[in-house]
Each structure stands twice: as C-alpha cells, then as structure tokens.
Design a protein. Sequence first.
Length: 162
Amino acid sequence: MTDQDAFKEMAFILLEETFESRDKGGNVYLDKRTGWFPTLEPLSAQDASFALVPGGSTIAAHTHHTTYYLRVVTRELRGEAPGKVDWEATWARKVVDDAGWEDLRASLKKEYEETVRLLTAIENWGTEEVDVAMASITHTAFHLGAVRQFVTALKARAESRH
C-alpha cells in the first residue's frame, strides 16, 4: 500500500465515522453511534430548532451550514465555479418544521454521499484533493461537535423537567 493509498483509506474512514459512526468495527475518534446521522435521527424538528440562548444558533442551523458547505465542496470537486458563496446566509435557517427537518437531514445525507462518491472517483489525489478531504473532515467534525453539545443540553433540559 502506498502512502497515498493509506491516506485515502484513512480519509474515507474518518468521513464515514463523522457521518455514519462506523458500526462495522473500531472507531478512530468518536464513540459508536455518535456521527451526524445517528445523532440527528432521534431528534424532532422542535429539538433541531432549540437555541441555547435567544436568537442563537440551533442544530438546524449547524445542519444547514454543513449541508451547504458540502455542496460547495462537491462543486469544487466537479471543477465547477462555486458561484456566490454566502456563509452568513447558511446560519439563517434556525427553525424547522417536521417536513423541513426531514428535508434538511436528507439533504445532508445526499451531499455527504456525493462528496464521498466524487472523492472515490479520483484515482490519484494531488494537493487539491488532500486539501478538500482534510477540510471536509475537520469542518464537518467541528459542527458535529457543536451539535452534540446541543444534544447534551437537550437531555439536561428534559431531565430537569422530570
């Protein structure tokens, strides 16, 4: 196995763990069932719209931002111009209803799968592909960490009501 092959394999392991939580075996940095999809699955639209402070961010906002980020990544991987990238606007979607929450989770999954598909299709990674893979892993893991803090706050809130 070449260094490039080893790097690519680890990049895909980390992406899978960040989103899917590698139930198939050992994990590198997360506990089992703590990636994006298992974390978001049990949450209601109301949970996703919970702000820690009035006017603050929400799980829905982090999910929307991460979905948008991956959409920019996939455009870059296709060699397309990203168009006008408005990062500030990605934080505007703070509250979702049931249908909106379902659509947002589905969009995140679609963009993740497309990112992995495009990266997999590239046989020889150069600096650009390495940069995209590393940025995708770290950026999405950062926002997953923020979402997991919201989940902790939601659990504490629920427990305090009992």
